[in-house]
Structures are given as C-alpha cells and as structure tokens.
Ligand binder design. Structure first.
Ligand SMILES: Cc1cc2nc3c(=O)[nH]c(=O)nc-3n(C[C@H](O)[C@H](O)[C@H](O)COP(=O)(O)O)c2cc1C
Length: 174
C-alpha cells in the first residue's frame, strides 16, 4: 500500500508535519512518502494568473502524487479558524486542473495546534472539502495541546489516549 502524507502547512517547523510523519509511521508495512508544501509553492491564484500561467507543472506534479498513491494522510494547520493560505492556494490551482482532486482516495484527516481545540475548526472544513473533492474520509482526529502531548525528542505522542485514537484512525486505511 502506497501512503502519501503531508501537512497542510508551509512552516519549516510545522507541528502538523511532525504529527503526520508520526501517524504514517504507525502503518508499518506501508510504502510511505511525505510531501512538503514548500516544494509546491505557486503564485497567489487568480483567474488572471491562470490565464497567464495556464496549468502550472507543480500543480500537475502534486495531483500526480495523489493519483499514484493508494491512500492519503493529511494534517491541517489552522490559521484563523481555517486552512493555511499555502494549502488553500495549492488547492485552488489543483482544483482547476482536476475538480476530483482527491481522486477517490481513502483519507485520514488530522489537525493539531498548541491550543486546546487542536485545530478542530479546520478539521471540520477539511472533512467537507475532502468529500466534495472526491476523497473518501475514513477517519479524522484532532490533537489538542500539541506541545504537551507530543514528545519532541522521540517524535511520538506521549498521551496514550490520543495515541490510541490516532492508531485506530490510521489502521482504518488498511
Ligand atoms: C496567522 C495564524 C493564525 C492562527 N490561527 C489559529 C487558529 O485559528 N486556531 C489555532 O488553534 N491555532 C492558530 N494558530 C496557531 C497555529 O495552530 C500554530 O502556529 C501551529 O504551529 C500551526 O501549525 P503548523 O506548525 O503545522 O504550521 C495560528 C497561527 C497563525 C500564524
């Protein structure tokens, strides 16, 4: 099984990238690839830019990565209750090339933040978005209080209850 993971964040210190990397490591027999949104940076989408640039190869590459995977694990950063601009921008470009952006793939959606809600708002938005764009959401988990619940040395969750929730979510992909 080919698992594609990424954080919907462009932060080089992304806690969502740490979480998604840990989450996919729980799928021990899978072939895993983690993407970095910084490798898919595009100009700010507008229809004018689209007329000028057409279909950017980076957006096509991103869609190809999704197409070549069997399943997706995405962890969403929450910015002001919604998606990070980096993710939304790439998403907008990709949606113009393939409106069935998630291409029927099964998905686990995650979010985390330092706060007590763990990005719960963006996770709600992500569930709606994924279903609308041809994703099959199998499970979703929000991890609150990232720095209290994730050990930065071992790069693992140190809260057994949350760890169990995360494990159950990722094995739903099998
Ligand atoms: C512009 C901005 C807005 C933010 N808004 C929220 C928010 O609405 N809810 C929240 O829980 N955290 C919010 N945060 C804090 C993020 O959760 C925190 O920066 C986190 O590290 C983002 O995830 P990342 O490290 O994977 O990029 C915000 C951070 C920034 C920079």
């Amino acid at each position: 099984m080919k698992v594609l993971g990424f954080a919907a964040s462009s932060s080089t210190k992304s806690i969502n990238k740490m979480l998604v990397t840990y989450a996919v490591s729980l799928l021990t027999d899978a072939e895993v690839e983690i993407l970095d949104l910084n490798d898919y940076e595009l100009p700010l989408f507008s229809e004018d830019k689209e007329e000028e640039l057409g279909q950017p190869s980076l957006a096509k590459d991103f869609l190809r990565k999704i197409g070549e995977s069997d399943t997706l694990v995405i962890s969403f950063a929450e910015h002001n209750g919604s998606f990070s601009a980096a993710f939304k921008n790439l998403f907008d470009w990709c949606s113009r090339i393939n409106p069935k952006l998630f291409q029927g793939k099964s998905m686990v959606l995650l979010s985390t933040s330092p706060g007590s809600r763990g990005g719960a708002n963006v996770l709600i938005a992500a569930k709606a978005l994924s279903s609308r764009f041809a994703g099959e959401v199998k499970a979703s988990v929000s991890i609150p209080g990232f720095y209290e619940n994730f050990d930065m040395e071992s790069k693992k969750l140190n809260n057994s209850e949350l760890d169990e929730q995360l494990y159950r979510a990722v094995i739903s992909l099998l």
